[in-house]
Ligand binder design. Structure first.
Ligand code: ZN
Length: 135
């Protein structure tokens, strides 16, 4: 499954809209039902209106009725080139992941199917703020 997610994330990079940074990112999200939703980064001339690949994938899945996720694979690099580094998720995306993450949600950052790192969201966002905090 990890390899499928990484391949889907690599493919999703091809749909990125990144005319300003030329840094393209692809993400592939695994739902608790076993479906995969992909996303890419979508930039905007008003930079603050840009959206990350991870949130694109998550919002696509949530808007299709999925609200619980097991894992996400992320891959990023300069347009037209293979990734040379791991594309760790930004703080906003970590927060959005937490909202819909199963316990032990896994974040995979990959350069390719053979070169990746994997960790739990809890390690990337310890003591995170979630819905339980405002009940
Ligand atoms: Zn982000």
């Amino acid at each position: 499954m990890r390899e499928n997610l990484i391949r889907a994330a690599l493919d999703a990079r091809n749909t990125a809209y990144a005319p300003y940074s030329h840094y393209t990112v692809g993400a592939a999200l695994l739902t608790s039902e076993g479906m995969i939703y992909t996303g890419s980064n979508i930039e905007n001339a008003s930079y603050g209106a840009s959206n990350c690949a991870e949130r694109t994938a998550i919002f696509k899945a949530v808007s299709q009725g999925h609200k619980l996720f097991r894992a996400i694979a992320i891959t990023g690099g300069m347009e037209g080139a293979e990734p040379v580094d791991y594309a760790w998720p930004c703080g906003i995306c970590r927060q959005v992941m937490q909202e819909f993450a199963e316990k032990d949600f896994v974040v995979i950052v990959a350069k390719n199917v053979a070169d990746f790192r994997e960790c739990f969201l809890e390690d990337l966002l310890p003591h995170g703020f979630g819905g339980e905090s405002i009940k």
